[in-house]
Design a protein around this ligand. Structure first.
Ligand SMILES: [Zn+2]
Ligand SMILES: [Zn+2]
Length: 935
């Protein structure tokens, strides 16, 4: 049964192929009988050619049951004598050892190939030639033959990753297939932990079969054969990199030679991750010597700098190294140094090709000095920290990647041998279908002529190769042939991988992709976990689970297929469902940012003495990212008019241990590394804008991360004894916006405190403890006049003795009344406990247009909560008093134990206003908000 289906698949494949070529099919195996078919190698085959023969033998046997032996020399000898053997032969040869054997056309094509990995598969009489430019080319040719012409696939590592058809008869059409990689170096940098559930061996085998190169450590105690396989044609082992300085100019030299180490604040210092004095000739000599000695051991040398720096040198020589046209920049110093070191090493040892340099996050700004140019043999890798992996790099519709695309283009001028170093595995996106972004990126990289693609997959917390196997499969295929169509590639993959369950599984993955692509926000290195939002779409989780259940039914007793579907179910549960539950919990009860209309002028002078600032409620709930109370308080108030946002910020410094950190003096410099406050502003359906201000009033502004955005913000700061004050006015015209009633903006504030008592010097805090840039968790700010007074319960009134039996306690929120209610204060925040009812007269003006009211109650408790509006219509000439004439229930909800926001909406007719009642048997009301928009 199983065999039958697979045979059909293979014959379909062969039919499709034979229509491409001309002539008759060459029979390799007939009805399980290999006849006299042979695999022929040269007399002294390399490890790669030998591996090629073994793998051909293995897969022919696995598909057909036939054992096709390999052999060396004899028929080749016959062939040189001009005799054609009377059996089918798969001939493996390199350009070198096949020079008497290969037809002229094949030799010519291969000798012109730039890449040593190039190969040529061609039928020639009774022979199938698999010829490589070098031994690794032969091996890659053999794998291509097994894949393309015998129908095998290696979707991911491990036994479940392989698809192998079954067929008694194997034949191939006429073949004329020359291939060379689209991107010369293709690597997945993985560590043992990130490969779960597979071993390094499993992963390396998968890499080899998919013609990827290794960047994972070779296991200790490896065999000679494994070492040969690992080293030939692949990237050599790397020395240096982030530890160049530790190895070339070790810390122990500090005692005797402090001048090798960075001068900082007038002193030579040596900390764990100190850089070195780049201008010092001895340091330069030691780095060059180190590079030359590594080259002599055939090891690739990466001139690198420490990751996350403990400081660069400020000495006169280093300043000079980094100064171009009178301006000092770190990137100028770093790359002038590295370019010089690499060319000196190559001068002393021209064989030291293959050196690598990382264009790394804190010194990857494009260079001002056009004369800095790396030698063409130096592999330069642009590191894409913070680029967004949801949107392709050259996507011009959003702002997330513009900066990085611009930078990559600029670096081409300095690096003839440029590649990219991506961090998909660090974008908190396990089980996310990012292969579609990758496919477009790979086409771009090919177009730009990039020479390397390196994916840093070392994140041991996320099993990326297994949960995102589609990504690595597309990477392998399209880094050889960037013209492939990713949709077709994945469709074929799902057909073969899921077999008889492929119909529901294709729907499953299509829905997963739709949810991922339409989720809010971006995904980047260290960024928010975007997958958590995929399942916030109503009913999506159930639909996915239904597809899985259907697939499981169709899988029946097929053990391999059941395991494959179980893998999907496991990832869905672990990553999507669990993350969605976390997000739901975080968002439940999240409050709106209270904003007030500025109906009188606000002067930006750092004095918060305007009436608007007195009226505006505080943004409450600042927490550190781990949810605890911050050491220093931050007080934020927000106001707006139709053209501006206004912010009044008081950053308390009551626990300051040292002076405020205030180093950023230039616009768009690293303000956020100082004592500072960051503001995130996101218009309705738009990208967010990021403005950071330090105590000096220096501004950093960017749209997402693109500093080309100029906010036009007007800022004044004031440093007082116990706080610093920021008053800021941000026009919305540069965002192409106006602020209008009924809009919902999203907003966030992040306080950076840098002067606390050591060892914990720094602290970040924000509403809900939400990290910066995590746009999906920014709070809402609803524009519109408030239809409710004092909904945050900040203003209080004394309860007269006559009311004290209804309102248990001395004080109650101003504007509110009730029966069986009591106000409580927790962590400085007032809430109302309700056992019967509270109510408030709404503030909707009796006007001729009528209003739409949108509101929200944040509450927790037990039983039903019911909101009722009781109102009447009174035109100006109507002298009657208030009457409870219209009653309507606008919310009736079962309360949850956790605080949650319960939204409601209703409309008032012209000249209508009334009371809002909240009834509940056992509720804690944290806030009530309602905004009105004219109809
Ligand atoms: Zn120096
Ligand atoms: Zn994006």
């Amino acid at each position: 049964m199983k065999k039958g289906i697979a045979a059909v698949c293979l014959s379909l494949l062969l039919t499709a192929l034979s229509s491409l070529g001309a002539g008759e099919n060459l029979i390799l195996v007939k009805d399980g009988n290999p006849g006299s078919t042979r695999i022929q190698m040269s007399y002294d085959p390399s490890a790669q050619e030998f591996q090629a023969a073994k793998e051909l033998n293995h897969y022919i046997r696995k598909i057909s049951g036939a054992h096709v032996p390999w052999q060396v020399q004899a028929p080749a000898f016959q062939r040189v004598l001009g005799k054609d053997p009377d059996f089918t032969e798969i001939t493996l040869a390199t350009l070198e050892n096949g020079k008497y054997l290969l037809p002229e056309a094949v030799k010519e094509k291969l000798s012109k190939a730039e890449s040593p990995q190039a190969f040529y598969i061609r039928t020639d009489g009774s022979r199938i030639l698999i010829a490589g430019r070098s031994p690794i080319g032969v091996l890659y040719g053999a794998y291509t033959f097994i894949e393309k012409y015998l129908g095998v696939r290696w979707f991911h590592a491990g036994p479940e990753g392989e698809y192998c058809p079954a067929a008694g008869t194997l034949s191939v059409p006429a073949i004329d297939d020359f291939e060379s990689p689209a991107i010369e170096r293709r690597m997945i940098g993985a560590w043992r932990g990130s490969l779960t559930p597979w071993s390094v061996d499993d992963h390396n085998r998968w890499n080899r079969r998919n013609k990827m190169q290794y960047a994972s450590p070779q296991p200790a105690g490896m065999s000679r054969e494994a070492l040969d396989l690992a080293l030939c044609g692949d990237e050599k082992p790397t020395g240096g990199g982030h530890v160049t300085f530790e190895q070339a100019v070790p810390q122990k030299l500090f005692a005797e030679h402090p001048e090798y180490f960075p001068l900082q604040g007038g002193k030579r210092v040596c900390k764990a991750r100190s850089q070195r004095c780049l201008g010092n000739p001895d340091v330069q000599k030691m780095v060059i010597d180190f590079g030359v000695s590594l080259a002599e051991y055939n090891t690739l040398f990466g001139v690198g700098f420490h990751d996350s720096t403990d400081g660069w040198c400020e000495c006169a020589e280093c300043r000079k190294l980094g100064t171009y046209n009178g301006v000092y920049k770190l990137n100028t110093a770093a790359h002038r140094f590295a370019a010089k070191m690499t060319s000196e090493i190559l001068k002393r040892n021209p064989g030291a090709g293959g050196q690598r340099i990382l264009i790394y996050s804190d010194f990857r700004d494009p260079l001002d000095d056009p004369s800095v140019r790396y030698d063409g043999r130096v592999k330069a890798l642009y590191c894409s920290h913070q680029r967004c992996y949801v949107h392709p790099l050259d996507d011009q519709s959003g702002s997330c990647n513009r900066k990085y695309y611009r930078e990559l283009l600029a670096w081409r001028k300095h690096c003839p041998n440029l590649g990219i170093y991506d961090y998909y595995a660090y974008a908190s996106s396990p089980y996310a279908p990012m292969e579609y972004t990758l496919a477009r990126d790979l086409k771009l990289y090919r177009k730009l002529g990039l020479k390397s693609f390196y994916d840093d997959c070392t994140n041991k917390d996320l099993p990326m190769p297994s949960s995102n196997w589609q990504f690595y499969y597309v990477l392998a295929k399209m880094s050889w042939n960037a013209e492939l169509d990713v949709e077709q590639l994945m469709d074929e993959a799902y057909t073969l991988y899921y077999g008889k369950a492929s119909a529901p599984m294709k729907q499953y993955h299509a829905l997963r992709r739709e949810l991922w692509e339409s989720a809010p926000g971006h995904a980047s290195y260290g960024g928010p976990c975007r997958i958590g939002y995929c399942l916030t779409v109503e009913g999506a989780e159930q639909r996915l689970l239904n597809f899985l259940a259907e697939a499981e039914k169709l899988a029946g007793n097929d053990g391999v297929l059941k395991k494959r579907i179980a893998m999907d179910r496991d990832f869905l549960t672990r990553f999507w469902i669990a993350e969605a539950a976390k997000i739901k919990k975080l968002m439940s009860g999240q409050k709106d940012i209270p904003v007030v209309r500025a109906d009188s002028k606000i002067t930006i002078d750092g004095e918060l003495n305007e009436d608007v600032w007195r009226r505006a409620p505080l943004v409450a709930g600042f927490r550190t990212p781990d949810g605890s109370q911050p050491v220093e308080a931050t007080r934020v108030k927000v106001a707006y008019d139709s053209g501006h946002w206004y912010f009044a910020i008081e950053a308390m410094t009551e626990h300051a241990w040292s002076p405020l950190k205030a180093e950023a003096k230039e616009r768009d410099s690293a303000v956020y590394s100082d004592d500072s406050v960051e503001i995130f502003l996101m218009p309705p359906d738009g990208d967010y804008h990021h403005i950071a201000v330090n105590s000096l009033g220096t501004v950093y502004d960017a749209k997402i991360r693109d500093v080309a955005y100029e906010s036009g913000a007007e800022v004044r700061t004031k440093v007082l004894k116990d706080r610093y004050v920021i008053e800021i006015k941000v026009p919305v015209a540069p965002m192409g916006r106006k602020i209008e009633d009924g809009q919902v903006w999203r907003m966030h504030f992040y306080r950076n405190c840098r002067n606390l008592q050591p060892p914990k010097v720094s602290e970040g805090s924000s509403p809900d403890g939400t990290p910066p840039h995590e746009q999906t968790r920014f709070r809402r700010a609803v524009i519109g006049r408030s239809a409710i007074r004092n909904g945050e319960f900040t203003r209080l009134r004394d309860v007269p003795p006559s009311q004290q039996k209804n309102l248990d306690g001395r004080q109650f929120p101003f504007g509110w009344n009730g029966v069986g209610a009591r106000m409580i204060t927790e962590n400085g925040k007032n809430s109302v406990l309700v056992h019967n009812v509270i109510y408030s007269l709404m503030t909707v003006p009796r006007e001729e247009n009528g209003y739409v009211i949108r509101g929200e109650v944040t509450a927790s408790g037990k039983g039903q909560m019911k909101i009722t509006v009781s109102s009447c219509i009174r035109k100006p000439d109507d002298k009657r008093g208030f009457g409870h004439e219209n009653r309507r229930v606008v919310l009736d909800a079962a309360l949850k134990e956790e605080p949650a926001a319960y939204p409601f909406r209703f409309e008032f007719a012209p000249y209508e206003n009334g009371y809002l009642y909240i009834n509940a048997p056992d509720a804690k009301i944290d806030s009530v908000s309602a905004s009105m928009t004219a109809k």
